[in-house]
Design a protein around this ligand. Structure first.
Ligand code: GDD
Ligand code: MN
Length: 353
């Protein structure tokens, strides 16, 4: 059976029409529709109960002291009897005609996502800012997700009940981003996307607020810390690199009487190599590397040199064009180069098989 969850908050003008369109779209299927309403002041729950009283396939779960989209979806999923769980906006913005394709696809996948950002998908009547915000949000989530996911914030998706049950206790019920939270649970989910056109809202108001966006960023931040446990050893190795570099620069210049810039070149290259060896043997030691030792060394060097150029460029740009004191510009340069170093090495140099 397919369970379709419709979370609602003040959707009295849309809910009946939405349910009727879904019913006619999936009429030959074994399905149920569960409205999860957070005790809407406009009595959406009451309308559902009255209009669909005689329809055993439609029911309404009215939650009294709770609120929030993600937690409503989680509660709906838990109540659902189907083997496959789906969720849609109750305001008619999602395309119920895509349900049948999604029903087919979910059988062979863990998750199916209705996407607005793949060929064939689109958004209707969004402001430039909303498109930009959505795009930036998706790009920020990218490093943590499989490459083929284009719309990790979609409110239109399906998941196998067994998969949901396995992870439900890890999910954060706050905010809007239930799908993103699910995707974070396992990088290896089998996923397919189905493009659809996100229609404009015909009635009622969007509940997506500034707070929702902040919650989204917090969720990403938390996940970044949780998944980047390599960051701390990498930083410690970075500090040893500075030590190696400084000591060597001093010895070569003072005792071997090399010109200090020439000493610096040796010092930098030596510290790159010692950093590489330490990161290779310690920071990322648990990985089964995709590339050979020599390849990794080469890549590490390349990344370090590019990061150095970036460091200098930031130093120059901030000092020259923004009149920032060069010591501060340099801090910014170091921070930026450090992050580039970390992320590129993590994903490219020490990439896993
Ligand atoms: N039960 C419950 N509780 N339902 C809620 C709540 C809540 O606190 N907040 C919103 N909903 C319901 C709405 O009534 C609607 O049916 C659905 O959740 C989506 O809310 P909208 O307010 O219509 O969101 P949107 O259209 O602006 O945002 C859409 O796009 C986002 C990504 O850009 C949705 O599809 C989001 O899920 C999606 O993340
Ligand atoms: Mn909506």
């Amino acid at each position: 059976m397919f369970s379709i969850i419709l979370p609602t908050y003040n959707e009295k003008e849309s809910i009946v029409k939405t349910i009727k369109s879904i019913k006619s779209a999936v009429k030959n299927k074994d399905y149920e529709i569960i409205v999860v309403d957070d005790n809407s002041p406009d009595k959406t729950w009451n309308i559902v109960d009255t209009v669909f009283k005689k329809n055993s396939k439609v029911r309404c779960l009215r939650r009294i002291n709770k609120k929030g989209l993600s937690s409503a979806i989680i509660d709906g999923f838990i109540q659902a009897k189907g083997e496959y769980l789906f969720v849609m906006d109750a305001d008619g913005q999602h395309d119920e005609k895509k349900l049948n394709i999604m029903f087919e696809k979910i059988k062979k996948n863990d998750i199916v996502i209705g996407t607005r950002f793949r060929k064939g998908g689109s958004v209707e009547g969004w402001s430039k800012t909303r498109i930009l915000a959505s795009r930036i949000g998706a790009i920020l989530a990218r490093p943590f997700l499989s490459k083929k996911i284009t719309d990790p914030m979609s409110g239109f998706f399906g998941i196998k009940k067994s998969v949901f049950m396995k992870y439900k206790n890890n999910l954060d019920g706050r905010g809007y981003k239930i799908l993103l939270d699910i995707l974070f649970q396992n990088k290896k989910f089998k996923i397919e996307e189905v493009p659809f056109k996100f229609k404009t809202r015909k009635a009622g108001k969007s509940k997506l607020s500034f707070k929702v966006m902040i919650e989204y960023l917090l969720m990403l931040g938390k996940h970044a810390v949780r998944t980047n446990l390599h960051f701390i050893p990498f930083s410690i190795v970075g500090i040893t690199g500075v030590l190696v570099n400084t000591v060597l620069l001093y010895i070569l210049t003072e005792y071997l009487e090399l010109y200090y810039l020439l000493s610096a070149v040796f010092a930098i290259e030596t510290s790159i190599i010692t950093n590489f060896l330490l990161n290779n043997a310690w920071t990322w030691r648990k990985r089964k590397f995709r590339h050979s030792f020599f390849q990794r060394l080469l890549r590490y060097n390349l990344v370090s040199i590019i990061a150095l150029v970036i460091n200098l460029s930031v130093l120059f740009i901030l000092t020259h064009f923004f009149n920032i004191y060069y010591i501060y510009s340099n801090f910014a340069g170091i921070a930026f180069a450090f992050l580039i170093n970390y992320f590129v090495n993590d994903r490219w140099t020490f990439d896993e098989k």
